[in-house]
Every structure is written in C-alpha cells, then in structure tokens.
Design a protein around this ligand. Sequence first.
Ligand code: NAD
Length: 371
Amino acid sequence: MTHKIAVLPGDGIGPEIVAEAVAVLHALDLDIALQTAPVGGAAYEASGHPLPEATLNLARESDAILFGAVGDWKYDTLERSLRPEQAILGLRKQLGLFANFRPAICYEQLTHASSLKPELVAGLDILIIRELTGDIYFGQPRGRRSAPDGQFAGAEEAFDTMRYSRPEIERIAHVAFQAARLRSKKVTSVDKANVLETFQFWKDVVTEVHGQYPDVELEHMYVDNAAMQLVRAPKKFDVVVTGNMFGDILSDEASMLTGSIGMLPSASLNDRNQGLYEPSHGSAPDIAGKGVANPLATILSAAMMLKFSLRETRAAERIEAAVSQVLTDGLRTADIWSEGNRRVGTREMGQAVIDALRGDAGSGKTILTTS
Ligand code: NAD
C-alpha cells in the first residue's frame, strides 16, 4: 500500500531541512507518495492565509505530515489569526493531534555539546509527552478588555483561560502510561496543583487513570521543581507527561540537555495514529538561507513518522543508525560542532546520512521503542 505523505516545508530553514529529510526518504526502498504544500508565512504570502484550505485538506487525506517550521519576526505585526504560527495550532486542532512525543536523547558522540557536565547527560533518554490541543493555548474566553474590577479596574488588560476537561486528561494519561510500559515503567506527571485549580484536577485525574496501570510507577512534580530537576539530575526522569504550556517550556529546556535543539525530532499523534512529524525547533530566521542548519532533527522526525504512522519500523531504524554513524564519523553542523570534528553544512549532512544508509550503517541509537 502506498503511504501518502504531506510535505509542508514552511518558512525560514524549514525548506532547507525538509529537503534533506525528503532526500533521505527517497533513498529508502519504500512505496511512498509525497505531495508538497505551502504553510505558515509562505502560505500567507501565496494566498493570504497561513493554513489554506488546500493545505489542510492535503494534511487530512494523508497518512502522515512531514513539517518543517513556520514563523518569522516580520509577521509579528500581523493580526494573530494570520500569523504563521496559527498554521501549526490549526493543524493540531483540526486533526485532533493531542499527543506530542518529544524524546530528549543525548547521543554519546555529543555528550560534550551539552551545556551540562558530561556525567549529568551521558546516556540521557527522556520522553516528554505534552498534551497538545488544550490548556491555556486554546481556552476561551481570551482577549483584551477594560479590567472589570480589582485595583486596576477600568485599565486595559489582557486575559487567557486555562482549562482541561476530564477526557482530555484521561487520554493523554493513558498515552503516557502505555509509553512507560515500553520503557522503564516510570511516569512523572508535572503540574502546578499547589496554585492552579486546573492542575489540581489534572493531578486527580492522572492519579485515577494510574489505577489501571499498577505496574507503572507514578510520581507527581510541580513544574517549577521539574524545571530545576531537569538541569540538576535529568537522568531521574523517564516518561514525563504534562499540559500544553508546561510541556512547551520543559521540552525546550530538555532539548538543550542533549546539545542542540537541532537534534530533536517530535511527533504529534491523534487517536487514528495519523501524525504530524517536525523538528522540535522553530524556523530559525537568523540562519535561514545560509545552508548551515542542522537537518538531523527533521531526518529523525521522518524516522519517527515511519515508525509511528507508517509502521515501517525497519526503515526507521536504518535512518537512526545512519544518523548515529555520521556522528561517529565526526560530521557536525555548526550548532553541535566542537574542536576535532568536521564542520559541515545542511546539504553535506543530509548527503552523509544517505551515504551511511547506502552503506547500511550498523545498529544506532533507537529514538523511541513504542512501535
Ligand atoms: P528557533 O527554534 O527557530 O531558534 C532558536 C535558536 O536555535 C536560534 O539561534 C536558531 O538559529 C537555533 N536553531 C534552531 N534550529 C536549528 C537547527 N536546525 N540548526 C541549527 N540551529 C538551529 O526559535 P525562535 O528563534 O524562538 O523562533 C523563530 C521563529 O520560529 C519564530 O517565528 C517562532 O514563532 C517560530 N517557531 C516555530 C515553531 C514551529 O514551527 N513548530 C516552533 C518554535 C518557534
């Protein structure tokens, strides 16, 4: 059966890194049909909307979406609904992509690229599971108004609404406990139950769901403590599950433990296993067009796509092994470069992965073991 993949390169470095991931996919012997469409700022320029109907329809009809990144500072003055970032929020909402998987793995070869001491990150392998379609990012009402009461009554104010329903918490908790069963059977649920009603509810519901997974250990941690523990003793964590906003922040923090955000893939899945696969980083306008961006996070996202949505586990493992091989060979883009290694650009790194694939690199680091 032909796998249908929507390719949405987006803005900034998006097209450069997606091109490398597409080349890697073509180098595999797979029955795939790829179709490209504009998204984000590129789509806004072309048709006046960051998520045109045709792009959304293509995404809906595909088995999986390979996404680059969207955004540029030049769109910051646009009305919010037209900003590039709305495309990604729209895709998540429209496709029901509620479960975001972000592995933070420190490759042995990159231990020294981390901002933490090597002994703190060597062997690090955390999976952050972030709820992606609820929380304060989507809660209504939101807006600006004249403050109705309080010390500053009458002054201009802005507000958002944090909310979670029971089914939203239950389904992400199940995802986390099931993922933990395939790893070291430990889940840390991150909340702010000491201050927020929403997260006291989160904690209560996660605890209830845990009743169905007696073989998995559950710990609860406040988000401020989790932020601290991630840089103090990150290897204490295995599966971390949290809400949309806390997950946004903690997964970026975790990414730096691994050396570079340019190394980290991500997957966002719905309940039909349809997924959007993208690097954890943004469109990096500061380096766009220079040919220096690290394409490995996107290439590894393609590997996650093969594993999760397309059930092509062997092909995914070949990509992961090839990435590990190029790192062992000492190839480094600028973001992960250190003395004694060979500095390469985006194209050269992508080509090196293809060369390693053709040489069929040995077994590499497995990014996720949940297939
Ligand atoms: P960013 O992740 O784009 O960049 C942060 C830093 O990391 C920059 O110094 C950048 O050069 C570097 N970097 C990122 N990816 C890299 C790679 N592959 N190789 C080497 N270096 C890399 O975050 P930002 O600067 O805060 O945001 C830039 C734009 O991206 C904004 O418009 C933002 O809204 C958008 N954004 C989009 C997404 C998405 O599309 N999912 C996610 C985050 C940010």
